[in-house]
Design a protein around this ligand. Structure first.
Ligand code: R5P
Length: 293
């Protein structure tokens, strides 16, 4: 039996104190529901407002990518430094320890392999399985200007409907076909379309000229893909330039798991994204960590 609660003199109602309501820390996300915000807080660090997502979903269309031949060997040791994992449900269930406590972004579109037209994707994950796996977000490829543009956008909007129903975020990944120009004009078009159609946040490529206009024109957070492998210093410059121009972090794969020292690279990227280190400072950190036995 609980004790009788009959001493009103001891109660403190703070009648003169207005109830606190902290603003949510992510751009464009203030009006989302509690569960969705809570999931986003598992992807983005509420202190820095940014994220370091470790992307290793490449196998969903290109098989055992260099550096991902054995995810248990190359990626699992990196988990302590990742805010969030971006991966397929197959790798999650088969390789990732369920004791992992960071955010999970599950690949939710797929179909064609590198042998076919990549924009011809379908939704490849049910919302029920995503919730069963504790996904914080679903990732869907959007091919603005691609052969199957409308179909990929329809994949996005269907996942947004399902995600809203269950409080799961949707990450729209802007995929740029080889025939398209990767410039700020294209990135503004693609990211804005994704946000207007309901994406919770958007992943895109960094562009040298005018990236700040891409982040400004997108009403929800943007994270950048790392892209093909660069020398470590250049990859750190890319991350530093992106966050300085409004990116809410990175979703980086090859530039981490194909680095000479992936663990050192992931920590150096964290220094840029969360601590505001410049590329030179982060590269020095990389060199020191990589030199450790
Ligand atoms: C590609 O479509 C995948 O979604 C990757 O997750 C994405 O490209 C990020 O990886 P990377 O930094 O290697 O480009």
């Amino acid at each position: 039996m609980p004790e009788a609660d009959d001493s009103p003199a001891d109660k403190q109602f703070f009648v003169d104190v207005p109830q606190r309501a902290e603003p949510f820390f992510l751009k464009g996300c203030e009006h989302l529901d509690w569960g969705l915000k809570n999931r986003l807080a598992s992807i983005f660090n509420p202190v820095s407002g940014r994220t370091v997502m470790l992307a290793f979903d490449h196998g969903y269309f290109q098989g055992p990518t260099t550096g991902l031949e054995r995810v248990d060997v190359s990626i699992v040791p990196l988990l302590p430094w990742a805010d969030t994992l971006m991966l397929t449900r197959g790798i999650l269930r088969s390789v990732i320890p369920p004791t992992y406590r960071g955010g999970l972004v599950l690949r939710a579109s797929g179909g064609p392999s590198i042998l076919k037209e990549l924009s011809n994707e379908e939704i490849a994950l049910s919302i029920e399985d995503a919730v069963r796996l504790n996904a914080a977000a679903l990732a869907v490829q959007v091919f603005v200007g691609g052969e199957h543009e409308t179909k990929s956008i329809h994949n996005l909007t269907r996942l947004v409907d399902q995600g809203q129903r269950h409080g799961v975020a949707v990450l729209a990944v802007t995929a740029v076909g080889r025939e398209l120009v990767r410039d700020a004009k294209y990135m503004r078009l693609a990211t804005r379309i994704c946000a207007e159609l309901g994406a919770t946040y958007v992943k895109t490529y960094y562009v040298d000229d005018g990236f700040d206009t891409v982040t400004a024109a997108c009403p929800v957070p943007i994270v950048i893909a790392g892209g093909k492998k660069l020398p470590e210093r250049e990859a750190l410059e890319l991350a530093a330039s992106a966050v300085a121009q409004g990116a809410a972090g990175v979703d980086m794969g090859r530039n981490i798991f194909q680095a000479a020292s992936p663990a050192a690279m992931l920590q150096a990227v964290r220094a840029v994204v969360h601590e505001g280190a410049n590329a030179g400072e982060a590269h020095e950190l990389y060199r020191q960590l990589a030199a450790r036995p």
